[in-house]
Design a protein around this ligand. Structure first.
Ligand SMILES: Nc1ncnc2c1ncn2[C@@H]1O[C@H](COP(=O)(O)OP(=O)(O)OP(=O)(O)O)[C@@H](O)[C@H]1O
Length: 534
């Protein structure tokens, strides 16, 4: 077990006072200096006062009282005796927070009076029952005790009681001498009201910020309703500015973050508004067809070609804007032809020797690191610099979480209207989705809401309606020690630098350390070091 830290809660510290351990435990600062002791007596006082969630720093003593040096529980039997004693019931019933105790197998042994008050459940409904039975019966949505038994770690999660009340449950394991879980003590707080207030506050704050901006509402441009949070507002402000120019724009960001929406917005705010906006995704058409799709072809230019030939997307976009998505996937030979368009506004159809003139604004986008593609020889450097006069880095949704709730609200309203429904989402569901990582970004969010509106039978969408992957309960992911936390940050910084710069040399330079230092660090962090080019 890791050392006790002053920021731990009393609840977390309970696990350190298992049978066979001393009634006194040293507490260490984040820099591993011993700063005092926590005794079983001070823990008992905290428990008695219902201060399970207070940091133990408030209960640290600098000298050890002599009686505390005696082991408090000499055996598992004494621990069992405590949990089955009337004293245990008196102590837990005196608490304001709810307490739920199961044995190491997950069978309910005790609930205190506060738990009954908070949840509306009475002892007869749960006593002697296995937690899985209670989830199956829909009495509780998920079980923190079972997660604790599975992971052998403290777990905190949000639980719904009979599909109504939301409570936050923190479960802590109590171990035997042999490190088996004997009991799980869960502390329970009602958060229904808390979530509602937080949710209201977040939404209001965000919309208020949105109102104060000078950015013209993209919706006014005939686009879909756009959510503008602190991370996207500057992007739209800059987009509005560069829209008035003919500068080439490169949009970078993961799939579904809104790159094509920004491209449409730039077109709508430019002098070309009213002319056509054309879009070509270079990754979705086979590479041998990209050239003819883009530039068109003459009659009989190749086998399978249309007799009358075909006008390419570039020509169709004359006077308008052409949005080339996934430009990083454009074959090298087509890049040469595109360079001519960018530099001279000229091109030739496939199978023709006649130069044609075209007036098109080109906006490009990619989820790839184009600079790295240039280094790898997969993207022409001259074209890269031509296309990349202004770059927009569009952050993934997980890095702009404050936009998640307004996005959920926007899409819920949109699909309610589309399907003539009147669905609402529970606060727990909002909370849950705010914590999800959204690898598919806003597109994934929009698709999920559409699916939920169409497939759910009831008017209230709850966590139980979410796909299984979204319902996974995560054990507390707090790093266990400062060292672990530092390692986590180092690992993430190195991974990001390697992804961006491609080589350990480049990554080391970006992080301000030598190449041998980065390689050594990677080995220490058990990261794969293959060769210089990683
Ligand atoms: N700020 C926003 N507010 C509301 N909806 C948004 C916002 N940004 C994007 N969307 C919506 O998210 C979906 C995906 O956006 P978009 O197609 O622009 O992403 P993308 O980055 O171009 O994805 P890809 O690279 O896969 O083509 C679209 O339905 C779009 O309307």
């Amino acid at each position: 077990m890791h050392p006790l830290r002053p920021t731990m809660t009393v609840e977390e510290a309970l696990a350190y006072f298992s049978p066979g351990t001393n009634g006194v435990q040293a507490v260490y600062s984040e820099t591993n200096e011993m700063i005092g002791y926590l005794t079983v007596d001070s823990i008992a006082i905290a428990v008695h006062r219902g201060e399970l969630t207070r940091p133990i720093r408030e209960f640290i003593v600098t000298e050890i009282p002599r009686q505390s040096l005696e082991p408090q529980f000499r055996s598992d039997e004494q621990l069992h005796a405590f949990f089955h004693s009337p004293l245990c019931k008196i102590v837990f019933n005196s608490l304001y927070d709810g307490v739920y105790i199961t044995d190491g197998a997950g069978i309910t042994l005790f609930i205190n009076q506060a738990y009954q008050r908070i949840t509306g459940l009475n002892a007869d409904e749960v006593m002697g029952k296995h937690m899985s039975q209670l989830t199956k019966q829909g009495i509780i949505s998920v079980s923190a005790s079972l997660e604790t038994i599975r992971t052998k770690r403290p777990v905190t999660l949000i639980q719904t009681i009979r599909n109504e009340r939301k409570i936050i449950v923190s479960a802590t394991p109590i171990f035997s001498d042999a490190h088996e879980i004997l009991y799980v003590i869960s502390c329970v707080r009602d958060i229904t009201e808390l979530i509602r207030l937080k949710h209201e506050l977040d939404s209001q704050r965000l919309w208020h910020q949105g109102m104060q901006t000078d950015v013209p509402q993209p919706d006014q441009e005939g686009l879909e309703k756009v959510v503008l949070g602190p991370a996207t507002r500057p992007i739209f402000t800059l987009a509005d500015k560069v829209a008035k120019t003919e500068a080439k724009i490169l949009l970078q960001g993961e799939t579904g973050v809104g790159k094509s929406m920004i491209a449409k917005y730039i077109h709508a705010r430019s002098a070309r508004n009213g002319e056509i906006f054309m879009e070509l995704n270079c990754a979705t058409i086979p590479s041998h067809l990209v050239e003819s799709e883009l530039f068109g072809y003459e009659p009989g230019a190749f086998t399978g070609a249309l007799k009358q030939g075909k006008v390419g997307i570039l020509e169709s976009a004359h006077r308008g804007t052409l949005f080339l998505d996934e430009i990083g996937d454009l074959p090298l030979d087509v890049q040469v032809k595109l360079l001519k368009v960018v530099e001279e506004n000229q091109f030739m159809r496939v199978g023709s020797t006649q130069l044609r003139h075209v007036d098109v604004r080109i906006i490009t986008a990619t989820h790839r690191d184009l600079a790295a593609r240039v280094r790898e020889g997969l993207f022409r450097e001259d074209l890269y610099y031509r296309l990349n006069i202004v770059t927009f880095e569009v952050p993934p949704l997980r890095e702009r979480r404050e936009e998640i709730v307004p996005l959920l609200e926007t899409y819920l309203a949109k699909f309610n209207e589309k399907y003539n429904e009147n669905k609402v989402m529970t606060l727990e569901c909002y909370e849950w989705l705010t914590n999800y990582n959204w690898p598919g970004n806003i597109r994934e969010l929009a698709n999920l809401i559409e699916r939920l509106v169409v497939t759910t039978y009831h008017d209230t969408i709850d966590v139980g309606d979410l796909p299984a992957i979204l319902q996974q309960v995560l054990p507390s992911t707090e790093p266990a020690s400062l060292k672990e936390a530092v390692a986590k940050v180092e690992r993430s910084l190195i991974t990001k630098a390697l992804q961006k710069h491609g080589t350990t040399r480049g990554a080391a330079a970006a992080l301000g350390i030598s190449q041998s230092a980065i390689v050594q660090k990677m080995k220490k962090l058990q990261m794969r070091v293959e060769n210089e080019s990683f």
